[in-house]
Write a protein that binds this ligand. Structure first.
Ligand code: S3P
Length: 437
């Protein structure tokens, strides 16, 4: 492992069979929301399985900055002393959302409805991510938000605006935009209704209900009114399917592997990769299916299996939007051609994930052509080399997986941001047979 001031380089070397039983860290989307709703509730909420990642800690810090007392009795546990729906205080300084698009977009909705002004800032990657998708509909609700050029952060949010409910159809499938509007809707006069072109993860809706806010929702639709209160409740955070995804691909492509991933969140709006991998011939079994804290969870047993290229069904795209870097690696070593379409959103994630994955995998001998909304990937043998994650956590972990099946070591550049979503990735990966350091 080598590191400079801003960079961390890992080397991933060819590995033998991956074996073992592991639990990846808590779900990032749920951890962000749990802190938010617990902070706004009346009473004390206990969160277990909280993701100790930089993104979710930044969200917890934001609420601490706004007067919420949050205890950490043990790692992955938080006791949040809610201040009530109108109890937040002016933060006194800009709120730093770090690398987290979810943090910034959801906070934009919430803060647009407060009595005080706020400024949201982020790191270099977040400062390049589009915010008009939340600014424009929030402005229609009566919010005043100034951004940098072409709708980029920082966001300067004026307090004291009385918001009105909105009936809004999302132009892109985005749970972050939906959630920002629902958060603003808690404070708006009248009803807020959201319609989605394709249903996205519904954690905001489920959690609002769990915290006692009346809300109606079904696939692709959510409706609530302002003027209620949130009641403290305990939240059990399942293991993050998106973090499990790297191990699903790794064990699928390394001969002789058999891995068990425990307590994985199985919300159907998150598990598109499972379906795509199965279409490619992957051997993944769900066992011990159950519910924890209102979310479906299961243990996943994945065994090595030869993979073949597929046309990824376009309707699966929103349900696996964070898993494409890992899917690209599976496709790069599968038999035949994989085509990804309808995934232009990948270009505005923590990096342009189509470009970063194509460039990095090509440097390892993969055959990939970019398209505006996806890629065409032809399976090939990978060789040793260097892949630049450009600071994107999911691309970094994906290149580490490519190193397992390349003919020689793969140097993965700029890995520090893996800590945003998966702080113990190296240790956990090594515990099941990765050669990584
Ligand atoms: C998230 C929604 C998705 C996803 C992100 C987390 C959320 O983003 O990519 O990692 O927690 O709501 P979009 O809403 O931009 O699709």
């Amino acid at each position: 492992m080598s590191s400079g001031t801003n960079s961390l380089t890992w080397t991933s070397s060819p590995a033998h069979a991956l074996q073992g039983e592991i639990r990846v860290p808590g779900d990032k989307s749920i951890s962000h929301r749990a802190v938010m709703f617990a902070s706004l509730a009346d009473g004390i909420s206990r969160i277990t399985g909280f993701l100790e990642g930089e993104d979710t800690r930044a969200t917890a810090r934001a609420f601490a900055q706004m007067g919420v007392h949050i205890d950490t009795p043990s790692a992955s546990e938080r006791m949040v002393h809610g201040v009530g729906i109108d109890g937040l205080k002016a933060p006194g300084a800009p709120i730093d959302c770090g690398n987290a698009g979810t943090g910034m977009r959801l906070l934009a909705g919430l803060l647009a409805a407060q009595k005080f002004d706020t400024t949201l800032i982020g790191d270099e990657s977040l400062s390049k991510r589009p915010m008009r998708r939340v600014i424009d509909p929030l402005a229609k609700m009566g919010a005043k938000i100034e951004s940098g050029e072409i709708g980029l952060p920082p966001l300067r949010i004026s307090g004291g605006c009385q918001l009105q409910g909105i009936d809004y159809t999302l132009p892109v499938a985005s749970a972050q935009v939906k959630s920002a509007l629902l958060l603003a809707g808690l404070y708006a006069q009248g009803e807020t209704q959201i319609h989605e072109p394709h249903p996205t993860r519904d954690y905001t809706e489920r959690m609002l209900r769990a915290f006692g806010w009346p809300i109606e929702f079904s696939e692709g639709h959510a409706r609530l009114s302002g003027g209620h209160r949130l009641r403290a409740t305990d939240v059990v955070v399942p293991a993050d399917f998106s973090s499990a995804a790297f191990f699903l691909v790794a064990a699928s492509i390394v001969p002789g592997s058999e891995l068990t991933l425990c307590d994985v969140g199985m919300n159907p709006r998150r598990t598109g990769l499972l379906q795509a991998l199965r279409l490619m011939g992957a051997d993944i079994r769900e066992t011990n299916a159950r519910e924890a804290g209102g979310e479906a969870i299961a243990d996943l047993v994945v065994r090595h299996a030869p993979l073949r290229g597929i046309d990824v069904p376009v309707e699966l795209v929103p349900d696996m939007i964070d898993e494409f870097p890992a899917l690209f690696v599976a496709a790069a070593v599968a038999n035949g051609i994989t085509r990804v379409t309808g995934a232009a959103e990948l270009r505005v994630k923590e990096s342009d994930r189509i470009a970063v994955m194509a460039k990095g995998l090509r440097a390892l001998g993969a055959r990939i052509e970019e398209t505006p909304d996806g890629a065409m990937i032809e399976g090939a043998a990978l060789h040793a080399g260097e892949a630049d994650s450009t600071g994107d956590h999911r691309c970094a972990m994906s290149f580490c997986i490519a190193g397992l099946v390349a003919a020689g070591p793969v140097r993965v550049l700029d890995c520090a941001n893996v800590a945003t979503s998966f702080p113990d990735f190296v240790e956990l990966a090594k515990s099941c047979g990765f050669k990584l350091g």
